[in-house]
Design a protein around this ligand. Structure first.
Ligand code: ADP
Length: 270
């Protein structure tokens, strides 16, 4: 009887081990597939601008020196410069992602939301070049605890996308306010092209784009929302996306109370 019990125990143990090993292998295989897809994607993303750049350089190299007017020369230089910038943006975003993945997240310090948004606001208004109407409602007393560089990059990614995917004449409203539970919400709403429901869950995947050529033309790398989502996670925040195709989108970062600084802090007693 004891022998039978022992045998049964052994059999169960064996099965459990097998289950564990199978799970480990599946996970390894999944990681390996993700890694392979990522390398393939990066290579593909770099190859396109490189092909254009090398093509232009070859053409220019093989032309007689006086074959182009000054304007034509500037035109080709600008085209090549743009391709260089595409690659620069891609490499910058890849470096950001890899830093986010390797560096441990830190407590950080309390940052005032209005100062956090000062530079992104200037940048996005200059990117829009007067083509959009902006409305800003940022609580000047609100503070978020975290990494200033990361948070600035997250808030700025959502603003840049709003401009990229909103045609001329559209409105972009930005709010950063406390929520009733003591948390905070940063919300960017646009009246742009919107996103069909079936894309929404996939937007934070690396290189996922609804319309690749539109994103490229607008200077997108396809990594902005992957980066933003990562930064949100490192700050215990949620990235919420709602959108109606043809009407516009809302992207929100929702911070829990633990991340929100005291409003109107009392001056320290001396
Ligand atoms: P990209 O560099 O292509 O903008 P992101 O990761 O920032 O990459 O965004 C992924 C995709 O999500 C974009 O290519 C676009 O299709 C869609 N998207 C992001 N923001 C918006 C928005 N505000 N309105 C419509 N589509 C958007």
């Amino acid at each position: 009887d004891r022998e039978r019990r022992l045998l049964m125990q052994l059999a169960t143990f064996g099965r459990d081990q097998r289950l564990l090993i199978t799970r480990d292998v599946t996970q390894l295989e999944r990681l390996e597939t993700t890694r392979r897809d990522f390398v393939a994607n990066v290579s593909h993303e770099l190859r396109t601008p490189l092909t254009v750049l090398v093509g232009f350089l070859e053409t220019l190299r093989d032309m007689p020196a006086d074959a182009l007017s000054a304007e034509q020369r500037t035109h080709y230089m600008t085209l090549m410069y743009d391709q260089g910038q595409v690659m620069q943006a891609l490499v910058a975003d890849l470096l950001t992602l890899s830093t986010l993945e390797s560096a441990p997240s830190q407590e950080g310090q309390a940052i005032r939301c209005d100062s956090l948004l000062a530079t992104p606001r200037q940048q996005v208004e200059s990117l829009s070049a007067g083509k959009h109407v902006f409305s800003w409602h940022i609580d000047p007393d609100l503070q978020i605890r975290g990494s200033e560089t990361e948070l600035a990059s997250a808030v700025s990614n959502l603003l840049t996308n709003a401009v990229r995917y909103t045609p001329e004449g559209g409105t972009i409203s930005v709010t950063f306010e406390a929520t009733p539970d003591g948390g905070a919400r940063y919300v960017v709403t646009d009246t742009g092209i919107g996103i069909a429901a079936h894309h929404i869950d996939r937007l934070t995947e690396r290189f996922y784009r609804v319309d690749r050529s539109r994103s490229r033309a607008a200077g997108g790398t396809g990594l902005g929302l992957a980066i933003t989502k990562h930064i949100a996670m490192r700050h215990d925040a949620e990235l919420e996306i709602t959108s109606v195709l043809g009407q516009g989108s809302t992207f929100a970062l929702v911070f829990p109370p633990e991340r929100v600084g005291e409003k109107n802090p009392h001056p320290a007693k001396s």
